[in-house]
Design a protein around this ligand. Structure first.
Ligand code: G3P
Ligand code: MG
Length: 246
């Protein structure tokens, strides 16, 4: 399944990260258990080029140790605990390999939005390349959508993995968004919800691209975005959708 067919209305941002440590296997499993059809994760390379799931370059925020991911080999990273900052219930939680999340998604039969997040912009192409080696065997089994803020990562995918669905991320408004989307043959545009004014949304909605908004945790904002035509939201709360509907 390589098409962004399932059109998720809610993507669990870094897993169910309000209830479990972000970007960990327990957070992803919990999101799927709570009914999320898709999860979002951030993928970066270790020094020895293993694609792993982590948001920040520096491990301080989640592991309470200062170290840059791109200077650590995977064998050393495995000893870092990224669950204890959240609660002692997650005292043995390590940074997952991308492959481990994809295996989990296969078991649940759900989708994964893989955000390519190179530790530094100059690692964009290699992060794309090494992540694709892991992703490629899973493309026929689960819905996968690749996204990134880094144009070089998306360009790599478009050139070397034409079968992959791409979404591009906008943290700030870009008036040339449509030209970029056409160039990448993207399927979706993922915008920071703060930049989504009514005017911009109506421009986006005139295009063929799915429009996703991150990160939405308020029922009122979710309702507003859905009624303005947003196709899906990234949320830290996998149950938000049921609260919007009720
Ligand atoms: O992919 C949507 C969102 O995750 C982008 O921002 O910083 O949470 O990775 P960030
Ligand atoms: Mg992300």
């Amino acid at each position: 399944m390589t098409i962004f067919q399932t059109k998720p209305k809610l993507i669990a941002h870094r897993g169910a990260n309000l209830l479990a440590p972000e970007n960990t296997l327990p957070a992803f499993a919990l999101a799927y258990e709570m009914g999320a059809a898709w999860v979002e994760c951030d993928v970066v390379l270790t020094a020895d080029h293993v694609p792993v799931i982590l948001h920040d370059r520096d491990l301080w925020r989640t592991a309470r140790l200062h170290a840059d991911i791109d200077k650590l080999n995977y064998a050393d990273l495995r000893n870092y605990n990224v669950g204890r900052y959240f609660s002692k219930d997650y005292a043995h939680t390590s940074v997952p390999k991308l492959e481990e999340l994809l295996e989990l998604a296969v078991r649940y039969g759900r989708g994964v939005n893989i955000e390519i997040k190179p530790a530094l912009p100059e690692y964009a192409k290699e992060t794309a390349e090494y992540s694709y080696k892991v992703i490629e065997p899973y493309l026929k089994h689960i819905p996968i959508l690749i996204s990134s803020f880094e144009l070089d990562a998306l360009k790599w995918y478009r050139q070397y993995a034409p079968e992959v669905d791409l979404g591009f991320l906008l943290s700030r408004w870009l008036s040339e968004w449509e030209r970029v989307a056409v160039f990448l043959n993207a399927v979706s545009i993922h915008c920071n919800e703060k930049i989504l004014t009514q005017k911009r949304l109506s421009l986006l909605k005139q295009s063929k691209y799915s429009v996703l908004a991150y990160t939405v945790n308020s029922v009122a904002r979710a309702e507003e975005l859905f009624s303005s035509g947003v196709d899906g939201i990234f949320s830290d709360d996998p149950l938000l959708l049921s609260r919007v509907a009720s």
